[in-house]
Structures are given as structure tokens and as C-alpha cells.
Design a protein. Structure first.
Length: 286
């Protein structure tokens, strides 16, 4: 199971358009039709009727509403990019999951990211959508109903990775800690598959970290203070090194998955090997 954290943005509409691969509209029910989980806090002021019948535009407005009219709500980095997104993908070879299983995954990742805290009835608004058979997208607003900012926990990527390992154990999914099919896949094939997952430049765990670093570098590169601009350039170099690292992992995976050359066939029993002196171009020792 591969979780990926996306760079935060300031509006939910483009995110929902990307997830559904379509422009959201007031007549589109794609998000509602593929909804598997959501936060406990509801405020139907952004749409009429039951949430299950909301359009994709209603869902975008629902996620954006906490930030409206609250100019003071911003992160410690003094930005208002409040729309947070995680996507989770199954590993190649994993079985298909049921809707309740995807719902369990969504709730547990929401708790791991601290956007849903047990007993917090005024927590972040969030939804989880299964737009594709083997992927889950969790989208949240980091501005709480009271206008305060919900900070993400330190070591977020590590928390998500640990929760992914626990979910793999609980749901019987492929895990780096055990072979995909014991007694069938050899260690080289298994290593190649894991390295391919980690090094994937679009959905691997390193891709989310690189996205965050690149996003921060872009925001800071034009800062009026010289030391901040220098830090932005350092972040750019860090992102480049991460990309090189991802490519190195992919190259190693390709090497591991390459079919092994057949060993030379030994001579038949009783037939002596041809002496070196008799081979073309060889000279006897004197």
C-alpha cells in the first residue's frame, strides 16, 4: 500500500476535477457516487438535501466553506493553502478491496494525519473518494469550523507509512515485510517490485516528499530576504537529488528484474574439453 501526500492548494474544485478526470458541475454526481467515507461534522448550508445527492460543486463548496470570511486562518508558514490531499494506491498484485475496507482505510489514514481525532466533534471537514478501482483519494480542509488552523503532525510521511504497514497486516495485503506469494516469487523479483513502487516518480512515497519540497522552493524563491532565497535554492537542489535517487532505484529495479543469462552448457560426460592451444588464435606455451 503506497500513500502519497500532495502539495496543499487553496481550493477544492481543481482537486476534485483532477480526481474525477472531469470538470465539476452542479449536475455531476461523480464524487457522491464514489464517496466511501467522510468526517462526522456536517453543515448542509452549502447544499440542499442529503449529502449523498450532492453535486461535485456542492462538495467543493463544502470543503472550501471553512476558509471563507476567515482571513486570519493560516498555517505557521503564513499561507492559506488549506486543501490537503492524500492518495493511497494498492501494490501491484494486491487483491481488490471491498467498499467497507476502503472506508476503514480512509478513516485510519485520516486519524494518522490528525485531520480526524476521536471525540473531536468540530474537527476538519474531509471526504474520501474511490475514483479508480485500486486507489483512494482523501481530501480535507485544514481550517476548522471555528476558524483555527489544524496543524499536520510532525513526521507525517512516517506516520502514514506506519499506518500503511498496519493496514497491510490487518487486511492481508502485500507488505515490504513479507513476500507477496511465499514460495513462488524469488527475492530478486520481490526486491525489484518494491524498488519500483518506492522509486515511482508519480505515485511512490518519495514523490509526495519531492512535491512538497518543490512547492516550498517555488514559494520562497522570490522572497525579499537573501537567506530565504538561499534556502529556496537549497530546496531545489534537494528536490533534484530526490529525483535522481528515484531514478537510481528504478534503474536498480530494472537490473534485478532482467532475466538471468543462461549458464554455459557443460561438456557431455566422457568428452574432454578442447584444449586452449587448439582454439582459434591461441598459441601453445613454450
Amino acid at each position: 500500500m503506497i500513500p502519497r501526500v500532495h502539495a496543499r492548494v487553496d481550493a477544492a474544485g481543481p482537486v476534485l476535477s483532477t480526481i474525477g478526470d472531469r470538470t465539476i458541475s452542479t449536475s455531476d454526481r461523480f464524487i457522491s457516487n464514489n464517496l466511501v467515507a467522510y468526517g462526522a461534522e456536517w453543515d448542509t448550508s452549502s447544499a440542499d438535501g442529503e449529502p449523498e445527492r450532492w453535486s461535485s460543486v456542492d462538495w467543493a463548496e463544502y470543503l472550501d466553506e471553512p476558509s471563507l470570511g476567515r482571513p486570519g486562518a493560516e498555517s505557521t508558514g503564513e499561507d492559506r493553502s488549506a486543501i490537503f490531499r492524500i492518495d493511497v494506491r494498492l501494490a501491484p498484485g494486491d487483491r481488490d478491496l471491498t467498499r467497507p475496507e476502503w472506508s476503514e482505510i480512509a478513516h485510519r489514514f485520516a486519524r494518522a494525519a490528525r485531520i480526524a481525532v476521536p471525540g473531536d466533534e468540530q474537527g476538519c471537514r474531509w471526504i474520501a473518494v474511490q475514483a479508480q478501482p485500486r486507489r483512494l483519494d482523501l481530501i480535507a480542509s485544514l481550517i476548522r469550523p471555528d476558524g483555527s488552523w489544524q496543524p499536520l503532525p510532525s513526521g507525517l510521511l512516517g506516520r502514514l507509512a506506519r499506518e500503511a504497514r498496519r493496514l497491510e497486516d490487518d487486511l492481508g495485503l502485500i507488505s515490504p515485510r513479507r513476500p507477496a506469494t511465499p514460495g513462488v516469487a524469488d527475492s530478486a523479483e520481490r526486491a525489484a517490485m518494491l524498488l519500483t513502487q518506492v522509486g515511482d516518480e508519480t505515485s511512490g512515497p518519495l514523490a509526495g516528499a519531492r512535491d512538497v519540497i518543490e512547492h516550498l522552493a517555488q514559494r520562497l524563491v522570490g522572497h525579499p530576504q537573501a537567506h530565504v532565497r538561499e534556502a529556496a535554492h537549497q530546496l531545489e537542489w534537494t528536490a533534484r537529488r530526490l529525483r535522481d535517487f528515484q531514478q537510481d532505484l528504478t534503474t536498480t529495479a530494472t537490473t534485478l528484474s532482467r532475466p538471468q543469462a543462461a549458464a554455459p552448457t557443460p561438456p557431455a560426460p566422457g568428452v574432454p574439453a578442447r584444449p586452449a592451444a587448439a582454439r582459434t588464435g591461441a598459441r601453445p606455451m613454450t
